[in-house]
Design a protein around this ligand. Structure first.
Ligand SMILES: CC(C)(COP(=O)(O)OP(=O)(O)OC[C@H]1O[C@@H](n2cnc3c(N)ncnc32)[C@H](O)[C@@H]1OP(=O)(O)O)[C@@H](O)C(=O)NCCC(=O)NCCS
Length: 225
């Protein structure tokens, strides 16, 4: 048994997906300054084809790092999923911008939001992309934003599937697709849901972080490192 197995995370639950397969619960956590380094690592771990899908171009490493370093956490929201061994395997960036007057027919709110997401290859197909999207949508609702945009290549079948599943209106143009979702206003249930999601994710994050520290300590104690 490795030292890591000594600590079981009580928040790790398995549920049955509609395809009949069992999947672990996905806990989505707000990311902050302290997560920047891990975010860079996550993006640098994406293959070229995935960087193309995520950023619309195969962004070189240096620009990936610049992109992460420029994220303004006081304006935007970034969500992430940490795996069992405290590796950041999924990141969703919800960027807010003032309403574009040319699109004013779509919303009369002051701000709109745009969402971009990526999941490491090793963690795909477990519902993380979908959960990050849902979390972004509920955050918009709770912050008086009723329009959520997503820009991606129309050849991106997985993202198109997630967008359709969420009920997004999709407009395709020259190989690219702009999708947007109109959101309902906040209500007590949406507020409570977001607060609970974050509470559970914070607890999970703390457990995993402590487990990692303890595992390192054990390894050192046993002379493994
Ligand atoms: C798109 C991406 C975020 C999806 O992440 P994920 O965690 O694997 O997504 P999920 O597990 O939540 O959902 C995948 C869904 O797509 C479906 N899917 C997978 N491959 C598919 C395909 N080729 N065609 C149609 N649907 C597909 C799955 O069946 C699943 O649907 P279900 O939940 O209804 O069963 C991930 O593939 C990724 O990071 N891609 C590279 C970056 C990118 O494309 N970002 C989006 C642009 S902003």
């Amino acid at each position: 048994m490795s030292s890591i197995d000594l600590f079981q995370n009580p928040l790790r639950r398995w549920g049955k997906h509609k395809d009949g397969k069992r999947r672990p619960t996905v806990l989505v956590k707000e990311l902050r300054e302290r997560d920047r380094r891990r975010m860079v690592k996550h993006f640098l771990g994406l293959e070229d084809s995935d960087r193309l899908l995520r950023f619309g171009t195969v962004l070189p490493d240096e620009q990936v790092a610049n992109y992460v370093n420029r994220i303004d956490f006081s304006r935007d929201m970034v969500f992430g999923v940490y795996n069992r061994v405290f590796k950041l395997v999924a990141v969703g960036h919800l960027a807010f911008a003032p309403r574009d007057e040319s699109k004013s027919a779509v919303t009369d709110k002051e701000r709109v939001a745009e969402f971009g997401v990526s999941v490491s290859r090793s963690a795909r197909g477990m519902g993380m992309g979908t959960k990050l999207f849902e979390r972004a949508a509920i955050h918009c609702r709770n912050n008086d934003v009723d329009t959520l945009y997503m820009h991606c290549l129309s050849s991106n079948k997985t993202m198109m599937h997630i967008a359709k599943k969420a009920g997004m209106e999709i407009h395709r143009d020259y190989g690219e697709a702009d999708a947007y979702l109109k959101l309902l206003p906040a209500n007590p249930a949406s507020m409570l849901q977001e607060a609970l999601d974050e509470q559970f994710a914070t607890l999970d994050y703390t457990l995993k972080a402590n487990k990692r520290i303890a595992a390192k300590w054990f390894d050192r104690l046993l002379g493994r490192k």
